[in-house]
Design a protein around this ligand. Structure first.
Ligand SMILES: [Zn+2]
Length: 616
């Protein structure tokens, strides 16, 4: 990738992002600089802040500057140490990594002075490639502000776990006689986190999030009793744990407490049990001779990993335990007779995982659907095609939005996007199923699995393809219309997939919807792209089938015939993608997985568990 081009794109992206900055930022004037200045490179001095704190500069010749050739903001790599970024120069490249992750390689820049004392790097390129920070640039004060993105907040037992892109130092203060902990994280933005966590625990009654000011993210934690809180950093350093004492945490090594409750708490004697997910029941129902449905009743979406090997389908569920009722239901499962299976067993694995093992009588496909309330449906079916391009592929279909927390766009007649993406998404799933694919649906009814959870589902089941279905809105412009298929940034396989899907949907719907084509998500989200495409770690697209704001498009989108045609187009477009190049039968994995999904409890429980009228 030509680095110059990236610099140019970045400069364009930053131009629209000027935020007001503290007045002190204005005071910084370029200082006298040593040595001969290479005027052709030097476009002025830049101030780089992490939150409100300037990044350290070893000496004037190592000051951040703007490269006048491509407008890149260049910093000395050693200045990035407070961001947890370690750099090594390798010839004409610089290798940078953050806590042993997010390894990126960028071009080394020689610096603006004759004696610059070492190379520089394009800081925007580095941080954007890592996907761990939010950036804003104020042109007037020539200041670039870097903030850590909070990637996930969740409870694990009585521990509050905060996962951030850059190192953070939470400051905890207590209010209401120790019943409320205020956790301020400076230099951080909430990103896409929900305003309220659906999770609670015996000691932590609720967690709300708030962007206190542009440099501070705040978590408001309501406690059942006054407790001492400690925080510790996880390994890598991106994972802070705030825990009440006496609770087991998964962190390695604890730091001294930063805040202590005003009163000692003699009641903290018995260690509280972690609050994992509970598998309450399981049932198998024959839906004809060619389909068998397993319904798993759970309190919220567990981590699920299906493996289909030889004649055995294994469904592993993490961080979950079997209730007594589930154990007796599991016993009944052993009695189930069906032409597709030889036997089925639900067994606990250790203390906190469960496994459904199905011995198959013949070759089958499967579909997993996520239901409201955390239900999980596993359908076994005779694949109608066992040799097609989609045979054995796992495809995650995500009907966009859902529930009151994410209605999506709204048509003039009051119908929400969520109500149209659901039937279309389920039709896509049916079509894929008929072509021999294994399909996982992020939702099968009107609820919001959570933006983050949708990508997590795709990552957990190790999907080959992720496809999210949406409808657009161009208001105030009501003339804009047509099909758009978005891929993440410059990813080639996803771009290919977007082209195949766009072409096939257009072919199917005919004149009903025009085709606007395949597009990079950087068009609409220059900074990070679409979260759902960024976070799902496989080839994937987000299909905007048409504009609800345009009369002709909207009429087509509500027409069941067009919906079915569009769904066929998406499914067949995926098949075309696989058929076009046999090399791509091998799974494509995005080069830079930016998050860890290993910890199920870091995920945010479905928003549908939040009361309707709660804080949004
Ligand atoms: Zn949408």
């Amino acid at each position: 990738m030509p680095q110059r081009k990236i610099g140019a794109v970045v400069a364009a992206g930053l131009a629209g992002l000027s935020l007001g900055l503290p007045a002190q930022a204005q005071k910084s004037k370029p200082k006298p600089t040593p040595g001969t200045l290479w005027a052709s490179r030097f476009g002025g001095t830049i101030r780089v802040l992490y939150g409100a704190m300037p990044l350290p500069v070893a000496n004037p010749s190592r000051m951040p500057y703007r490269d006048s050739r491509d407008n890149a903001i260049c910093v000395a790599p050693e200045s990035l140490a407070p961001l947890g970024i370690v750099a090594t120069v390798e010839g004409s490249s610089v290798k940078l990594s953050c806590a042993d992750r997010n390894l990126v390689m960028v071009g080394a820049r020689q610096g603006p002075f004759e004696r610059s004392g070492g190379v520089f790097v394009d800081v925007v390129e580095v941080l954007k490639s890592m996907g761990i920070a939010s950036l804003s640039y104020d042109a007037e004060s020539t200041t670039l502000t870097v903030r850590s993105i909070l990637l996930a907040v969740g409870l694990q037992g009585d521990s509050l776990r905060v996962s951030a892109g850059l190192p953070i130092s939470p400051k905890v203060t207590l209010e209401r006689e120790g019943l409320r902990a205020i956790v301020d994280i400076s230099g951080a933005t909430l990103g896409e986190l929900p305003r309220q966590l659906a999770q609670t625990s015996p000691k932590i009654l609720g967690v709300r999030t708030q962007q206190l000011d542009e440099n501070t993210a705040r978590l408001i934690v309501d406690l059942a009793e006054p407790l001492a809180l400690t925080w510790s950093e996880g390994k890598p350093t991106l994972n802070a744990v705030i825990a009440a004492p006496g609770t087991p945490t998964l962190s390695e090594g604890s730091l001294p407490p930063v805040a202590v409750a005003p009163k000692p708490t003699p009641t903290v004697g018995k260690p509280s049990l972690p609050a994992p997910m509970v598998l309450r029941g399981v049932a198998a129902t024959a839906v004809g001779d060619d389909r068998l449905r397993f319904a798993l009743e759970v309190n919220r979406l567990p981590a699920v990993r299906p493996t289909l090997q030889n004649e055995t389908l294994t469904l592993d569920m993490g961080n979950i335990y079997l209730s007594e009722s589930a154990k007796s239901a599991a016993a009944a499962l052993a009695e189930v007779k069906h032409p597709l299976i030889k036997s089925a067993h639900l067994v606990p694995v250790g203390a906190s995982a469960a496994r459904l093992v199905v011995e198959l009588a013949s070759q089958v496909g499967f579909t997993i659907k996520h239901s409201k309330g955390g239900g999980l449906l596993l359908d076994l079916l005779t694949p109608r095609k066992t040799d097609g391009p989609l045979a054995g592929k796992t495809i995650v279909v995500d009907p966009g939005h859902g529930g009151s927390s994410s209605p999506g766009n709204r048509g003039d007649d009051g119908v929400f996007e969520r109500s149209l993406t659901l039937p279309i998404g389920l039709m896509v799933a049916q079509n894929l199923e008929a072509m021999g694919a294994n399909v996982v649906v992020t939702r099968d009814s009107d609820f919001d699995p959570g933006l983050e959870e949708r990508a997590i589902i795709a990552n957990r089941v190790n999907a080959d393809i992720f496809v999210s279905v949406h409808l657009n809105d161009g208001r105030p412009n009501r003339t804009v219309r047509g099909i758009e298929v978005y891929f993440h940034r410059q990813e080639e396989t996803s771009r290919d997939l977007a082209r195949f899907i766009g072409a096939k949907v257009k072919e199917k719907v005919g004149e009903a919807l025009p085709l606007r084509g395949a597009r990079s998500d950087s068009v609409n989200a220059p900074e990070k792209g679409y979260a759902i495409l960024r976070n799902s770690q496989m080839t994937g697209v987000l299909v905007e089938l048409g504009y609800m704001s345009n009369g002709s498009d909207y009429a087509a989108l509500k027409n069941p015939t067009v919906q079915q045609q569009a769904a066929e187009g998406i499914a067949e477009g995926i098949a075309d993608y696989f058929a076009a190049n046999p090399a791509r039968f091998t799974k494509y994995v995005k080069p830079q997985p930016r998050r860890e999904y290993g910890l199920p409890s870091l995920t945010v429980a479905p928003e549908n568990q939040v009361p309707e009228n709660s804080v949004k």
